[in-house]
Design a protein around this ligand. Sequence first.
Ligand code: ASP
Length: 343
Amino acid sequence: MWGNCMRLYGASLAIVAMMTGLLTGGVSMADENAYGLVIHGGAGTLTRENLPPETEAAIRKALGDALYAGHRMLAGGGDSMDAAIAAVVILEDSPLFNAGRGSVYTWEETHELDASLMDGRDLSAGAVAAVRNVRNPILLARKVMEDSPHVMLAGEGAELFAREAGVELVDNSWFDTDFRLEQLHKAKKESDPSAMLNPLALDNKFGTVGAVALDRHGNLAAATSTGGTTGKRWGRVGDSPIIGAGTYADNASCAVSATGHGEYFIRHTVAHDVCARMAYREEPLSVAADYVVMDKLDRAGGDGGVIAIDARGNIAMPFNTEGMYRGYRVGSDDPVVLIFRDQ
Ligand code: ASP
């Protein structure tokens, strides 16, 4: 009797999990030999009306290119970390996203970039914060992980390390784009003095990029890169370079990359929380990710979303904003690129 009850309870949990997953972007593949890649280009209050068709097409193409680059490596037996980085570098080099080339402006009209990555095999990780002259911060984060005894380097010290590590450096103006400058000017004009203390009130279109990957050897990796938030001041750093907040990967559970209002993601250690719920509560990925983003974070007032993949190739992409630039390709299935909830 009790056994039947438990089985029924288990079955209903599975149905609820499946339905929640379907509602918020979970895809269940569950294959022992699965491999796959999920990417994002930021979440926010995107509306169809505010997105000109040419920009939408360019964004979809860039997401498709990033997916292609990373997935091709995985299909050929490549490493999840290499695949995640390959995808992120393409998005960093595109002026369309708030990372690398298209980074937003600080209040002082400069750019300060953050990035992090984590290897689920052994929990090794690397991160950089507030760098101004590193073309691809994700490549510097990898150097921190592989060639230094540290996890995170910030500001001038990180730049010095970049020089020694032979990472490509550029002038800060390399990140300039007219579109982002207009965004800052508009934000400054619209802001009231109190908004200066809360620069995020100025702009809730997050454009961080990220990738999570599972390779054919069962290894998970996560990578995230951002220009932060428009009009940020005082060396503000968000969740993207914080291991556990914006990025986390553990072969025992899942790999997660986040985008959204960083302060909330830091307070709620969002990326790690998804993995922890899988590890400690044995929740399926879609249930864990949905709870953290759609319930916990949402109740706290934090906007944004995550992409996640687990060791069996299940993926989840919940977001509590209007849209999230995202794409995935699992195994030999067709690639999928999405912006709004349904397309
Ligand atoms: N999470 C990033 C930050 O707070 C912003 C974003 O996702 O676009 O710096």
